[in-house]
Write a protein that binds this ligand. Structure first.
Ligand SMILES: *Cc1c(COP(=O)(O)O)cnc(C)c1O
Length: 412
């Protein structure tokens, strides 16, 4: 079992730019310290290389099925005729079907330690909401989830399952908050957006006793919790990988897998020849086409600004099925590593990604999440080019609740 999380900010080539307040308006940093569990605030700013995982969270990791399997994709290797060996870490094996539970159990635990009776969050496609619902059921506190109305209508299964675990799910915009009411007054048929949902979740968290807000990606402590993935992979891999690949929404699953390896490389403890490749969607290409600057992590500008690759916090991505990759920015530590050339980047379109998803499904007998299929697309392209060598990638989730994405595959 892994007993501490790895904090890459201790080993970065230069200091991580801290979160910042805008020049005008209320302090967002003060707001953040009010709504987040206090241990998470500490973790956001700590320079400690290893952060001990509380015993209770270690126990929860065991209960949800950690360590997750590391598998060799022999079927995929044969299907593409490569001499490279391909390994993947299967985070879809966790309850809920994605890596998000790794940070959900930690965050809900810290909220409960702060005396919270309810955690509040937003969700787009619903993977994060479902992870929070499961973690809250395990720990025994309430979960309140604001889900973008469009997804609420289209991802009925995730809504249903969140409720089975006891979560209270509202389509956003809702009439539970002033911001929601204002949005509905302007447009009664507003389809919802992550920005509106975040604003509603924060307003709701601030507006009641015993409530804490918890986020699903982008913040540094989320990446920190996900490093259990890479630390396990390091123990499980039979050899050093030449290439480590993951998909990027806000950056948590890619960083969770790759940071322990990148950290070892930065410390001079092996992996000298290992390359790292972050794969994003053409629908939100912040790493390949965005700017490195201070920007808000949320559309409404409620949270402190962070220095990251961003397309602008008001960027409206075209609707794509891999909803988890529609985010406008990428976490500060990952952005810095991209900026300084330690991590390579690439973006793909929906068609070529779903084609890779189907090949993986047929050759490995696992239906991948459309998000994870971006990593698979890159792995296939790289493996075809490599003459031997070893690839490791993160299968961040399974796609069994993503019928809408697969419908597209079968269309002529
Ligand atoms: C949320 C999600 C992502 C994208 O988020 P990151 O924070 O970049 O990891 C990728 N894959 C799956 C399965 C997800 O649920």
């Amino acid at each position: 079992m892994i007993t501490s999380w790895y904090n890459i900010s201790a080993d970065l080539p230069r200091p991580l730019p801290p979160p910042m307040d805008p020049y005008e308006g209320d302090s967002r940093i003060a707001l953040l310290t009010r709504i987040l569990p206090s241990d998470l605030i500490d973790q956001e700013f700590t320079a400690e290389r290893y952060v001990p995982i509380p015993e209770k969270v270690q126990e929860l990791y065991e209960r949800i099925g950690r360590p997750t399997p590391l598998r060799r994709a022999r079927g995929l290797e044969r299907a593409i005729g490569t001499k490279a060996k391909i390994y993947y870490k299967f985070e879809g094996a966790l309850p809920g079907g994605s890596h998000k539970l790794n940070t959900a159990v930690a965050q809900v635990y810290y909220a409960s330690m702060d005396g919270a009776r309810e955690v509040v969050t937003e969700t787009g496609a619903g993977q994060w909401g479902l992870a929070v619902a499961i973690a809250s059921a395990l720990i025994g506190i309430n979960a309140k989830v604001f889900m973008t109305k469009n997804s609420y209508m289209n991802k009925k299964q995730r809504v249903l399952f969140m409720r089975v675990f006891g979560a209270d799910v509202s389509p956003s915009p809702s009439d539970l908050t002033e911001f929601g009411k204002k949005t509905l007054a302007k447009d009664p048929n507003h389809p919802g957006s992550l920005g509106v949902a975040i604003s509603e979740a924060i307003e709701y968290a601030v507006g009641g006793e015993g409530r804490k807000y918890i986020p699903g990606s982008v913040l540094e402590f989320v990446l920190l919790h996900q490093t259990v993935i890479g630390q396990e992979a390091m123990q499980q891999m039979p050899e050093e990988p030449d290439l480590v690949v993951g998909c990027v929404g806000g950056g948590s699953n890619f960083s969770g897998l790759s940071f322990p390896f990148i950290g070892a490389k930065l410390m001079g403890k092996g992996f000298e020849r290992t390359r790292f490749l972050a794969v994003e969607s053409n629908a939100a290409p912040k790493l390949t086409r965005g700017s490195y600057m201070y920007d808000y992590p949320d559309t409404a500008g409620t949270l402190p600004m962070i220095r990251m690759y961003t397309l602008g916090h008001d960027y409206v991505p075209p609707p794509i099925h891999a909803a988890g990759l529609r985010y406008h920015g990428a976490a500060p530590s990952l952005s810095l590593l991209v900026k300084d050339g330690y991590v390579e980047t690439r973006s793909y379109g929906q068609g070529e990604v779903m084609e890779a998803a189907r090949l993986f499904a047929k050759s490995e007998a696992i239906l991948p999440a459309p998000e994870s299929a971006h990593a698979i697309r890159a792995v296939i392209d790289e493996a075809k080019r490599m003459n031997g060598g070893t690839i490791l990638f993160n299968l961040s989730g399974h796609g069994l609740l993503d019928a809408d994405a697969y419908e597209r595959v079968l269309m002529p």
